[in-house]
Design a protein around this ligand. Structure first.
Ligand SMILES: C[S@@+](CC[C@H](N)C(=O)[O-])C[C@H]1O[C@@H](n2cnc3c(N)ncnc32)[C@H](O)[C@@H]1O
Length: 283
């Protein structure tokens, strides 16, 4: 008889440690359906964000090697701190209080003048103490989210940081454009791309996360690289909004529309589900 696998306990299960716009927790069951089954020898995720898909695959024990990346330097610093020194990071997070005055003081700190550990702790702090757990930078790259009034401010769960820390051992974290990560594709790799979505309305714009644009040019460049994955022997899955422009970009590849409850920041919007596209290179 094959050995019985034990379901991981909550304590051992890595979960995203940041609330991230566009986080994929809700779509996980659909995303898992479209990934190859079983163990993934090399998993590559170039738009990591809060890492919902990576955490879930790690929880299921399905990842061999992994290469993860994101363009946002502060975000990648935070993942690196969790990888290298989760306990010190947890302690650094605890150095600041929860009052409004303290929040604005921490928000006003210059990240470039902080140690990498304090810089990462500040990201976790602002994400948990700011309004709605939102991450938003202005055009000059400053964090401009107002103070969040919580009856009980969200805590930073050390057990979870430790679980993510374990999942990250041996993982390569790259800060940079998706191209730098996708250059690393090898035959047999599984790639999941979750770029900033193509806007669904004419009034929405293309720059969401870091004050930098992910416009039609970047969307086109990504589509081209994504189309090339099958020829390099890799499996690709990509999510984006379901609009005419994305259907045109991925025309000819296999895609399906999935319904997802619309998220406004961390809240579920009452206007009902929206359609999103899952595009894959094979299967
Ligand atoms: C939709 S989010 C990913 C969310 C993630 N799947 C999750 O579960 O939290 C898109 C991410 O792409 C990153 N990004 C934007 N432009 C990029 C680029 N040119 N190359 C790599 N990452 C980029 C953003 O910093 C953001 O974290």
């Amino acid at each position: 008889m094959p050995p019985r696998t034990r379901a991981p306990s909550k304590r051992e299960s890595p979960r995203p440690f940041l609330k991230w716009a566009g986080g994929k927790r809700e779509l996980l069951p659909e995303i898992l359906k479209d990934l190859p089954k079983g163990r993934l020898d090399l998993y590559i995720e170039p738009f990591l964000g809060g890492g919902a898909v990576f955490c879930e695959l790690a929880r299921l024990g399905r990842i061999g090697r992994a290469i993860l990346g994101d363009r946002n330097p502060e975000l990648v610093d935070t993942w690196r701190a969790v990888q290298a020194q989760p306990e010190a990071l947890h302690a650094a997070f605890g150095q600041w209080g929860t009052t409004e005055a303290e929040y604005y003081e921490v928000r006003g700190l210059d990240p470039a003048a902080l140690s990498p550990l304090d810089r990462a702790a500040r990201v976790l702090y602002l994400n948990r103490r700011g309004f709605n757990g939102l991450y938003r930078l202005n055009k000059s790259g400053g964090f401009n989210v107002p103070y969040g009034r919580y009856a009980t401010p969200p805590r930073l769960d050390l057990d979870n940081l430790m679980a993510v820390h374990r999942a990250l051992q041996g993982v390569e974290l790259i800060q940079g454009d998706f191209d730098a990560v996708l250059e690393r594709v090898e035959p047999g790799a599984t790639v999941y791309c979750d770029p900033p979505y193509w806007p669904t309305s004419a009034t929405a714009n293309f720059n969401f996360y870091d004050g930098l644009v992910f416009g039609p040019g970047e969307q086109g460049r990504l589509a081209e690289t994504f189309r090339g994955l099958a020829g390099r022997g890799a499996w690709g899955l990509l999510s984006n909004s379901d609009v005419l422009a994305t259907r045109a970009l991925y025309k000819g590849l296999k895609f399906r529309a999935v319904l997802c409850r619309r998220q406004i920041n961390s809240k579920v919007d009452a206007r009902g589900p929206v359609s999103e596209l899952l595009v894959r290179t094979g299967g």
